[in-house]
Ligand binder design. Structure first.
Ligand SMILES: *[C@@H]1O[C@H](CO)[C@@H](O)[C@H](O)[C@H]1NC(C)=O
Ligand SMILES: *[C@@H]1O[C@H](CO)[C@@H](O)[C@H](O)[C@H]1NC(C)=O
Ligand SMILES: *[C@@H]1O[C@H](CO)[C@@H](O)[C@H](O)[C@H]1NC(C)=O
Ligand SMILES: *[C@@H]1O[C@H](CO)[C@@H](O)[C@H](O)[C@H]1NC(C)=O
Ligand SMILES: *[C@@H]1O[C@H](CO)[C@@H](O)[C@H](O)[C@H]1NC(C)=O
Ligand SMILES: *[C@@H]1O[C@H](CO)[C@@H](O)[C@H](O)[C@H]1NC(C)=O
Ligand SMILES: *[C@@H]1O[C@H](CO)[C@@H](O)[C@H](O)[C@H]1NC(C)=O
Ligand SMILES: *[C@@H]1O[C@H](CO)[C@@H](O)[C@H](O)[C@H]1NC(C)=O
Ligand SMILES: *[C@@H]1O[C@H](CO)[C@@H](O)[C@H](O)[C@H]1NC(C)=O
Length: 897
């Protein structure tokens, strides 16, 4: 839009000249109508209307040109009428041929009188925000009466009450430009519009509910601009597109097109702007791409093309922007792109490009305009010498991450500076030397060198006053001395060999992760000064002593992770404010005493993990109330006493809880069966509305991790899927029968996958209701004092022996002990319930937890391929992802003819 306003400014300058030269033949009705309109708008909002006054001839007023030959024109574009309605008086200018009210912040319904302007040749009501709105009847009258209309430009005019088929009433004998971007059009676009014989521009971009297809034949041959981006247009491009000899601008981004690009397409030699981003096009891109010699923008990103990409850029010397991201192209890096002297963006990430070993390792690039370079996630290898960047003086953004054989070296002396560089990412490669050449890039904002082979010490990082984001995690650094940017907000140095915290000058830091290092001694007192911190992760070090009271001053803390250290003493009273705390993880320390009651103030908690400590307390009933609590881990402490079923103050306990682990404590009494009835999160009918992901922390790209027992084995899960559910009450001293409410509730807990009641003092028979169908993949009743026969039923038969062992009074099915004296309870009717697939599904979730985020997609696709009962929600998610991509697209708009 910036471009438009600029256009506007130029126009305002020249308009005066036009109006001076015009013939003055304004009718009294016209003057009157204009003055009436002027009265409705506030004075200071109206730049153009200042010169309008009773006495003058309106043809001499700003914005109006009158010509007996060519007709009258009213141009009020680029004003700020601040939401004024389009005046119905405009209907009185029956001589008007041009009405331009664009970018002037009109609002309201377009008056029906507009259809009286039967001589209109051009009508432009575009805006940069949705302000005005067309009604169906007005549009119908307009279409019928304005028989000479050539230019109809209605971008951002709301058209949801206009059915697309009524566009067919527009005059096909004259229409040249039709632009309806962001118009909320819905339904099927009438394909016949493509046959209008004089049509040169058709812009329908960003009408997300508009469907349609391209014609198979009889295209309007003068078509120059076709923009269907971010619509639901679908189908294939047929070879008749080759007839559009004048086509210059083609944007089909973020639609649902598929199939091959016909060969004739590569004959459209006038194309300058070509965007196919985010569709399902397949097949190879042929070398005849080199025909498109006028190309300035080429965007094929995110399609299903395959094979080698032809290295034809040498012939396309006008290219300024190239995006071939996420296409899985193979073959050599198209080096000819480095001969494109006007190139400003080169985006090749997410392919399998490699660099041929015979190519010149001393390659330097002379691309003075290049601002953005992204080769991430390819198969590049070898060494990037810093000199390579020496002639890329305008670089702002560089990403070479995820080329795991690629290293980076800085030669002895650096005699160049990338002074505009803001982002430099070289993560998950093979870098062993800190890139000292960046020290001259004083505008650096983000530096990511994570997951490389950096060793030793990094001294003062003093050169980057604007550094905001620094990630050095997953290296072998023994020391990072000092980071002096006062702008630093985000520092990640986890998984190194640091013995001390770096000295941080910024007091505005929000994210600090020093986990998995070798910090020793007491809690670093310098952290107490960083009171704006939101995310603090010091887990898996060897810190000891007490957790300091100063954390009480951290008003914005949303995650505190001190897991796997040796903190002692009781948990301090630091949660009195607790505005934003989302996750508290103190697992695996030596904390004792009681849980601080002030934790009950933490209404936003999602994760509370205090497992593996020495906490000696009764069950914390307050945990039932935080409305978003998903994970509650009290495991392996000295919690004790009964868990009462009826606590009057708790109305709807644990609405979002999905992971409950209170195992290995001293809880006594009856099983807390009532709580099973209110676990809403485990009851959702299906997962349609959940995006499959790992649980992450407070909006940060960091994952919760925890140790859980799965099938009797303790597993450390680095990431936990957000649909994982389990209840573990094992290794306590719960007693009595298994209350009937539990099996009854299980029928409702359709998301619960694992229930562990083992190693308690449960007695009596296994309730036969347990054989009713449930979602359980794992049920563990072992090591109790249960007696009688194991009930039989389709699902029960899938549980193994170890679900029941250690109950000396149990007999039957899975156990060797036969039930000679017992009558086997009859099994309920078997249900259509494919337990074997639910097993596979659950195990699959466990497997997935150990991997990176991308693996979800890889695996889920593979899973779909061989799974018969394919989970509908998974399909949904994949489509949603496609849509999400569409949402965040920003692209320049086409120029007008
Ligand atoms: C209306 O004015 C705007 C702003 O100057 C201009 O860009 C646009 O081309 C004009 N519309 C027509 C149909 O001429
Ligand atoms: C524009 O309109 C808004 C509300 O409609 C009003 O608050 C504001 O003062 C107006 N601005 C001008 C410059 O008239
Ligand atoms: C169509 O245009 C004519 C001539 O300007 C006018 O008299 C008539 O009212 C218009 N019809 C509608 C429906 O606006
Ligand atoms: C064309 O206009 C007529 C009269 O306004 C209307 O009845 C008809 O439905 C319109 N045609 C389409 C395809 O909308
Ligand atoms: C491309 O154009 C050439 C020359 O105009 C013509 O001979 C050829 O058949 C065209 N190719 C396709 C696939 O249309
Ligand atoms: C990419 O291509 C390779 C073979 O060229 C294929 O094995 C792999 O599945 C493809 N990946 C995707 C995501 O299409
Ligand atoms: C770049 O251009 C030069 C001279 O025009 C040529 O020799 C070289 O082969 C080109 N490089 C590539 C990779 O096409
Ligand atoms: C690359 O540069 C080095 C040192 O400047 C030189 O010794 C070597 O011969 C060059 N290699 C090629 C292939 O030009
Ligand atoms: C299970 O859900 C049904 C329907 O919502 C409800 O009537 C029933 O009481 C629930 N059973 C238990 C044990 O909560």
């Amino acid at each position: 839009m910036w471009g438009y306003r600029l256009l506007c400014i130029m126009l305002l300058h020249f308009r005066v000249i036009f109006s001076v030269s015009s013939v003055k033949l304004c009718s009294p009705e016209e003057s009157f109508a204009l003055l009436q309109f002027k009265n409705t708008i506030s004075m200071d909002a109206s730049a153009s209307t200042k010169s309008w006054n009773k006495d003058g001839d309106c043809c001499s007023w700003d914005g109006i040109t009158c010509d007996e030959m060519t007709g009258h024109k009213l141009n009020l574009a680029c004003n700020d009428f601040n939401g004024t309605k389009i005046s119905s008086n405009f209907g009185q200018f029956t001589k008007l041929t041009h009405l331009n009210l664009s970018f002037s912040y009109f609002s309201g319904i377009v008056p029906s009188q507009i259809s009286r302007l039967s001589k209109l040749v051009a009508l432009d009501l575009s805006g940069d925000i949705p302000g005005t709105k067309f009604e169906q009847h007005t549009f119908n009258n307009l279409a019928k009466n304005l028989t000479e209309l050539r230019y109809l430009l209605l971008d951002n005019v709301q058209m949801f009450s206009v059915v697309p088929s009524s566009l067919l009433n527009l005059s096909s004998a004259s229409l040249i430009s039709l632009s309806l971007g962001s118009g909320f059009l819905q339904g099927e676009f009438p394909i016949d519009i493509f046959h209008f014989p004089f049509l040169r521009q058709l812009t329908l971009s960003d009408n997300r509910h508009l469907t349609g297809n391209l014609p198979k034949s009889n295209w309007s041959s003068p078509l120059r601009i076709l923009d269907l981006s971010v619509t639901k247009f679908s189908g294939k491009i047929t070879d008749t597109i080759g007839n559009l000899r004048d086509l210059k601008f083609l944007d089909l981004s973020a639609c649902y097109f598929d199939g091959l690009i016909p060969n004739s397409f590569w004959n459209l030699t006038e194309i300058t702007y070509l965007a196919f981003e985010a569709n399902f096009f397949s097949g190879q891109v042929p070398a005849s791409l080199s025909n498109l010699k006028q190309l300035t923008v080429l965007n094929l990103e995110d399609n299903q093309f395959s094979g080698e990409f032809p290295d034809v850029f040498g012939n396309l010397s006008k290219l300024t922007r190239i995006s071939l991201a996420h296409l899985n192209f193979t073959g050599q890096l198209p080096l000819s792109a480095f001969n494109l002297t006007q190139l400003s963006l080169l985006e090749l990430s997410g392919n399998q490009f490699f660099q041929q070993s015979s190519s010149n390792p001393n390659l330097t690039f002379e691309l003075p305009d290049l601002t953005s370079l992204d080769f991430s996630s390819n198969s590049l290898s070898g060494t990037v010498k810093a000199d390579m960047f020496s002639n890329l003086k305008n670089l702002e953004y560089v990403d070479l991450s995820n080329n795991n054989l690629l290293s980076l070296t800085t030669p002895g002396t650096v005699n160049f500076a990338l002074s505009k560089l803001e982002v430099f990412k070289f993560s998950s490669c093979n870098v062993s030397q800190f890139p000292d050449f960046l020290r001259t890039s004083e505008n650096l904002v983000e530096l990511d060198l994570s997951n490389n082979k950096l060793t030793g010490q990094i001294f003062q990082l003093d050169q980057w006053p604007y550094l905001y984001f620094l990630n050095l995690s997953h290296n072998f650094l023994t020391s990072v001395e000092r980071i002096s940017s006062v702008e630093l907000r985000h520092l990640v140095v986890q998984s190194n060999l640091l013995q001390r915290l770096p000295f941080i000058l910024s007091s505005r830091i929000r994210f600090l992760s020093v986990s998995d290092n070798k910090l020793t001694g007491e809690f670093p007192s310098s952290i107490c000064n960083l009171s704006t911190i939101e995310y603090l992760n010091l887990s898996n070090n060897s810190l000891s002593g007490m957790i300091p009271q100063c954390l009480a001053n951290f008003d914005s803390l949303s995650l505190l992770d001190l897991r796997k250290n040796q903190f002692r003493g009781s948990i301090p009273q630091i949660f009195s404010k607790c505005y934003d705390l989302v996750a508290l993880n103190l697992n695996d320390n030596e904390l004792e005493g009681k849980l601080p009651p002030s934790l009950a103030n933490c209404g936003d908690l999602e994760v509370l993990d205090v497992g593996n400590n020495k906490i000696n307390d009764a069950f914390p009933y307050w945990t039932a109330t935080p409305p978003r609590l998903q994970v509650l881990v009290l495991r392996s402490n000295s919690f004790h006493g009964p868990i009462y079923n009826n606590v009057p103050s708790i109305k709807r306990p644990f609405p979002e809880l999905r992971i409950i682990d209170i195992s290995r404590n001293g809880f006594t009494g009856l099983l807390p069966a009532r709580y099973f009835q209110s676990l809403k999160a485990m009851m959702h009918g299906d997962n349609d509305d959940i995006d499959l992901d790992y649980m992450n922390s407070a909006g940060y790209d960091q994952y919760y991790s925890m140790i859980l027992t799965y099938k009797g084995v303790d597993l450390e899960m680095e990431r936990v899927l957000n649909i994982f559910t389990t209840i573990d009450l094992s290794n306590n001293r719960f007693e009595g029968m298994i209350p009937k409410e539990i099996p009854l509730s299980l029928g409702n807990l359709t998301q619960l996958e694992s229930l562990d009641l083992s190693s308690n003092w449960l007695a009596g028979e296994i309730p036969v209701e347990l054989t009713s169908p449930t979602a359980l993949s794992v049920l563990n009743l072992s090591f109790n004092q249960l007696v009688g026969p194991i009930p039989q039923g389709k699902q029960f038969d899938s549980f193994q022996n170890d679900s029941f062992i250690g109950n000396l009074g149990l007999c039957g099915f899975a156990l060797t002990q036969q039930c000679s004296n017992y009558e086997v309870p009859p099994a309920p009717m078997p249900e259509e319930d494919d337990t074997s697939s639910s097993w596979a599904w659950f195990d699959w979730k466990i497997v997935v937890m150990g991997y990176g985020c991308g693996v979800i997609w890889g695996l889920s696709l593979a899973y779909l391929a061989f799974s018969t009962g394919k989970p509908r929600w998974l399909m949904m998610m994949m489509f949603e992802r496609h849509d999400a991509k569409k949402m965040r697209r920003i692209k320049p708009r086409p120029q007008r003819i």
